[in-house]
Design a protein. Sequence first.
Length: 276
Amino acid sequence: MRTYRFDQVDVFASGPFTGNPLAVIHDAESLSAAMMQTVTRWTNLSEAAFLLAPTAADADYRVRIFEPKSELPFAGHPTLGACAAWLAAGGKPKRDGVIVQECKAGVINIRQSVSGSLAFEAPPMIRYESVDANDLEPVLDVLGIDAADVVDSSWIDNGPGWMGLLLSSARRVLGLPAPTGTTDRFNVGVVGLHPASAGAAVELRAFFNDPNGSIREDPVTGSLNASVAQWLLAMGMVDAPYVAAQTTGRVSVEQADGKIWVGGATEMRVSGAIKL
């Protein structure tokens, strides 16, 4: 048994304890994938991140990201949380103005503002197409959504497998009841537009399976916000920069030189050690 540095980071927070918590284990080269999966389940969080030495020449560090069921090629709040933990542990990027993370999806560029907030460059979607009616109908049934309330639907998968549903309004999104029961693979993001006078441009909610097949809601989801931004900006439904609201968290979306940057606050909440 060995002791590893352990952090818990509050990502996309709008205030204390309002974001999505992430467990980060440092210097994890000696841990097997099975142990990483076990630790992730034990944390009872939506994801955990494991920091390792990079293998890509231009990367500053490497991260493996796990949800309770499996390893993910990419996820948003673990990207920002892992970066915050790496910096807090004394990490120094190779280049000024950008931190380069290596993960299963490749290399991800991350920017740090003067205020210290982080933003990642949205990765390309690996599946971006309309949703077939045979796939859409069961999802609407599970979430209790009338087909008439769906403005558009699309696969907007940048790693976790997201299906996106654009509803008639942010109010409709906020009014969705918590789904019950169990189902097969279920990664669904629901989004609606706020009125222009609101503090946020869009409202999102994210639903996914836990290891038992029950459907849980994610507090704030970076990967979903990234693919939603690409989707809505391409359709001309929003203009960047904008702020997205998801439960109690807040996500900022900016666009520059054809790139979309997804960011928010990262607050270190727990720092210590874990024996594995």
